[in-house]
Design a protein. Structure first.
Length: 72
């Protein structure tokens, strides 16, 4: 029962991070998670429907990254 708040916090954090994480296979063969974009990158979505209903999967939102300026 003590893990329920932790799981809920992780789910909420993942939802608020705007899906900016990706999975990859590490050198050890296990699946790991890493940030898809550098810290400070904004992401906005166009097209599609933000629904968990599989009927709408063909019209999923398309993410577009707004990379932070590098000062160059």
């Amino acid at each position: 029962m003590k893990t329920t708040p932790l799981i809920l916090a992780l789910i909420a954090t993942a939802a608020l991070s705007a899906c900016t994480w990706e999975t990859y296979a590490g050198d050890d063969g296990r699946t790991h998670v890493r940030q898809k974009y550098p810290t400070g990158t904004g992401v906005y979505y166009t097209n599609g429907a933000a629904s968990q209903n599989t009927l709408y999967h063909s019209a999923r939102p398309e993410p577009h990254a707004i990379l932070p300026s590098t000062g160059e």
